[in-house]
Design a protein around this ligand. Structure first.
Ligand SMILES: Cc1cc2nc3c(=O)[nH]c(=O)nc-3n(C[C@H](O)[C@H](O)[C@H](O)COP(=O)(O)OP(=O)(O)OC[C@H]3O[C@@H](n4cnc5c(N)ncnc54)[C@H](O)[C@@H]3O)c2cc1C
Length: 483
């Protein structure tokens, strides 16, 4: 028999997870259908992780409105969801008269959008904020910040789950059918579902899901951005993100500290048709390093520890002009909320976008509050970040805190065990990595990977051949070499 829902959300990225969380404030039966094994395998885990100030987007757009709203509320959100966030500020660095005029225009634009505290600063102040940055002057945005994009998406999803939302991983939506009884049947790669409402949060898959809902007039262009990750020892040299002068569609190649103290370099923005290829060619890495060295002089190959890439779903009109976010409910697709073109600043804007989706729902039916809704969620305690007294207390309470599994990031057995039993039921290597930072250090899992795979296997009673690194087909082992 089909599972019956009030709302089914397609896509478990930051947007689908935020929509799930905001809708769980109401008395509704909600599910999330995600084709991957976890919530942030695609764009939501593959970005710059900057909470943008909202100054660069066209006035009056949803991008500017949602971004400013999302940026200003982020301290409260991070606290509620126990997500690492730093309001670092950010500089946009210029050198020429035309850069100066562009940055002045950006400030004017930003003020109208509602961005707070934007100012031009001279070279001396720029060097006070970011020593050794290369540039003559800058625009300073004090409200910009950095977040852990994995933890944020996971926290939204876990909070939704705590508030009653069901998550179905490995469920790719392949067909949606409007039935005579005014409900939808959703066919997935595993089973069929029945729902009154469908919310399209499919990111790069938003056009396919729109078509399944009978909405056929969107085209999406993908721009792929590659990144290099530098060793944590570089983090102290970069207190905040450093950007070049932006256009309103591209922020440019920047250098950004991550919340955990690495530095990321990127992204380029190459138009791509293949939305599944995340490889990073050497020539792109060389280009990123060369270009970013004009802003920051500390980029050396010996500090590279990894690369990654992400693809933005840009809604393009017939003339290939990039358009705004779409958050709509259309008559020809009854009981649907359709989200299209949620590119940057989608991470910053996730909750404001979700609230606008709820508003569309509330315009069509009366929503009763979920009396048990709890806005708070607690993450796993990071042992390495605790005081010596607290560390001693934790070890006395649970000796597994005394055993370090990932030496680079100092992640203990207790943290890995809690993660293996995470609320969303995720059991891949990368699921553990995103939640604990194990395997993210200098050795990239060389030391701890086998031990973690063994813990997943033993703890969840899995066959060794069933432990996945990330997606289907990424099996860690083909069998035992000897008994
Ligand atoms: C290079 C780059 C840099 C960026 N930098 C920033 C930044 O610094 N700050 C910022 O605010 N924003 C940034 N963004 C934008 C931000 O990352 C995205 O807007 C946001 O992550 C979009 O989230 P999403 O949930 O819509 O998409 P996704 O994370 O892609 O989630 C969509 C989900 O839908 C699932 N799905 C798709 N089709 C189906 C189907 N048929 N069935 C089931 N599931 C399906 C996918 O598997 C995926 O998990 C950046 C993006 C990129 C690419």
């Amino acid at each position: 028999m089909n599972q019956k829902y009030d709302i089914l959300i397609v896509g478990g990225g930051v947007i689908g997870s935020a929509v799930a969380r905001e809708m769980s404030r109401y008395d509704l039966k909600i599910g999330v259908l995600e084709k991957n094994q976890d919530v942030c395998y695609e764009t939501s885990g593959r970005n710059s992780a900057v909470i943008h100030g909202g100054f660069a987007y066209d006035i009056g757009t949803l991008k500017s409105e949602c971004c400013v709203e999302g940026c200003l509320e982020f301290d409260k959100v991070a606290k509620e969801l126990d997500v690492p966030f730093k309001r670092t500020g950010k500089v946009l660095v210029g050198n020429t008269q035309s850069d100066y005029e562009s940055l002045q225009n950006t400030i004017e634009n930003g003020k109208i959008n509602g961005s707070i505290g934007l100012e031009m600063i001279d070279k001396a102040r720029l060097h006070e904020l970011v020593p050794e940055v290369i540039g003559e002057f800058a625009m300073f945005s004090p409200k910009s910040g950095i977040v852990d994009p994995f933890q944020y998406t996971i926290a939204l999803a876990e909070n939704a789950k705590i508030n009653g939302v069901d998550f179905y991983f490995n469920h790719e939506v392949i067909d949606i059918h409007w039935e005579k009884n005014s409900t939808y049947t959703i066919k997935t790669s595993q089973s069929d579902f029945n729902t009154r409402w469908v919310v399209n949060c499919a990111g790069l898959g938003c056009v396919e899901i729109s078509k399944m809902l009978g909405i056929t007039d969107y085209q999406i262009g993908g721009t792929k951005g590659d990144y290099i990750i530098l060793d944590k020892k570089m983090g102290p040299l970069l207190p905040m993100p450093v950007y070049p002068v932006p256009t309103n569609t591209y922020m440019g190649i920047h250098v950004t500290p991550t919340i955990d103290g690495n530095v990321i370099i990127g992204p380029n923005a190459d138009y791509v048709d293949d939305f599944t290829y995340y490889g990073v060619p050497q020539k792109n890495m060389d280009y990123l390093a060369q270009d970013a060295s004009n802003l920051w002089p500390h980029i050396h190959k010996s500090d590279y520890i990894r690369n990654y890439s992400g693809i933005q779903p840009k809604w393009l009109d017939g003339d290939n002009v990039v358009k705004d976010f779409v958050i709509e409910s259309r008559k020809e697709a009854p009981q649907t909320i359709n989200l299209v073109g949620i590119e940057s600043p989608g991470l910053t804007s996730a909750l404001p976008i979700a609230r606008r989706a709820v508003k569309l729902l509330a315009e069509c039916e009366t929503l009763q509050p979920n009396k048990n809704f709890n806005p708070n969620r607690k993450g796993i305690v990071r042992f390495s970040e605790q005081s010596d007294e607290e560390k001693a207390r934790l070890i006395a309470e649970n000796p597994d805190y005394g055993e370090v599994i990932c030496r680079c990031e100092k992640v203990t057995k207790a943290e890995i065990m809690q993660t293996i039993h995470n609320p969303l039921g995720v059991d891949t290597m990368i699921g553990i990595k995103y939640r604990t930072r194990s395997m993210m250090g200098r050795c990239q899992g060389g030391y701890c990977q086998m031990r973690i795979a063994q813990m997943i296997q033993e703890e969840l009673n899995k066959q060794v051949t069933d432990v996945l690194y990330s997606r289907n087909g990424s099996n860690m082992f083909t069998g035992k070499v000897r008994e």
